[in-house]
Design a protein around this ligand. Sequence first.
Ligand code: SAM
Length: 290
Amino acid sequence: MPQPIESPTDTWNETLHAHFGQHFTMDTLLYRQKTDLQDLIIFENAAFGRVMALDGVVQTTERDEFIYHEMMAHVPLIAHGQAKKVLIIGGGDGGMLREVSRHTGVEQITMVEIDAGVITFCRQYLPRHSAGAFDDPRFTLVIDDGVNFVTGSQEKFDVIISDCTDPIGPGASLFTSDFYQGCARCLNEGGIFVAQNGVCFLQQDEAVNSHRKLSHYFGDVSFYQAAVPTYYGGIMTFAWASQHAALRHLDPEILRQRVAAAGLECRYYNPAIHNGSFALPQYLLNALTA
Ligand code: SAM
């Protein structure tokens, strides 16, 4: 049962970075348990609504989750233009599934989530994230490590979205060459891979490493970006990989037509944001070519 915090000054401190961080007042502790794999906490915060964290790192908040989930779902799906099969790696809170499900042309959505407990508790305590998407008839759930799935599956997908944690704990396997090679193998012709790749100002090495590894398996590798307030420290970079650079440079009119045809009314994503999100800061471009 939710436990009202006696003294609202109780705070939760993020531990992603060693020498600085962000904190949230915990106004109501809704859930805390070590699942078999991760330390899961969900609490109410006056500024961001319900907050979910795994192993001391903010995963998602009710107030700003739409930015991340819209950008990770609609940029690759609109760029692809005719995706039928989508694979979500991770994504246990259901927000990515909710946004992918908005694309009526998609016929099958497979989620490979390592921790069933995350789904169970997010369905209960973050219902607005999934908004019923877990009951979509197109949805199939696989409980497994994402790297096992993509290295062993015989299935092919049009878009693969790695909605993973940071490369610590169980998330580390989703930043390996084996994982990226497996994703390349599991993509159809014209397929697109995207992945959360951290805040590049603070986690630049992660972006450089992903770019280097992905480049062994994909002909066109880059990033796109959006600022998500609770992934603090500047823009979050999303890894982008495909075999055709043209997928990253769509004509604005074609983008506009596809967004209109999809009937997408979003709170962050729009055609101009889509194209503009591929513009990257010079310090990152320099690091990627160093
Ligand atoms: N939006 C968040 C972010 O950007 O950090 C990610 C949120 S989502 C909750 C991350 C999910 O990845 C969690 O449900 C976690 O259980 C899952 N996950 C972590 N490592 C995984 C792995 N190796 N295979 C599949 N799922 C994994």
